[in-house]
Write a new protein. Sequence first.
Length: 172
Amino acid sequence: MTPSSKQLPGALGVQFKPYRTASWTRPELERGIQADNCYYVTAAKIKAGLIGRARKSNDAKDYPNPDLAIEVDLSPPKVDREGIYAALQVAELWTFDGTSLTISRLDENGQYRAVEKSGCLPIRASEVPRWIIEEDQSDYEAWTQRIRAWAKKTLKVKGSGRSQRCSESPGR
């Protein structure tokens, strides 16, 4: 799922910073998780993450929690991933089960609720699986060009507040 989730923001000119597989441990919460893929989308978090990396910091306090996390769960998870992400206040969680994608947003009660459309990117959950399952990925460059062309033609970024909306969950 990583390639398509990286191609969409780039094609749309949405600022983001991928942190791929990263461990998010917060001692004060006594919880942590290793995300399959995670992203900073808001400018402040991108800046903080880049500063932490530039200092080569290994201190969790130097890195904010991600705005968006992506989990590929081909079998039932053995831990309460949603609960951990909610405790970390990750605004949006995408879960792919091998056939379909669920986009969930953190609500005012600190619970994830499935939504039709992402708050981080101008895309619906139903639009993503085709690029992972159906499209020919044998020529990675051609596949990438098709995703970018489709995104530019089909998806629209409405205003510059997209990344701000990604971090705004009712529970924050």
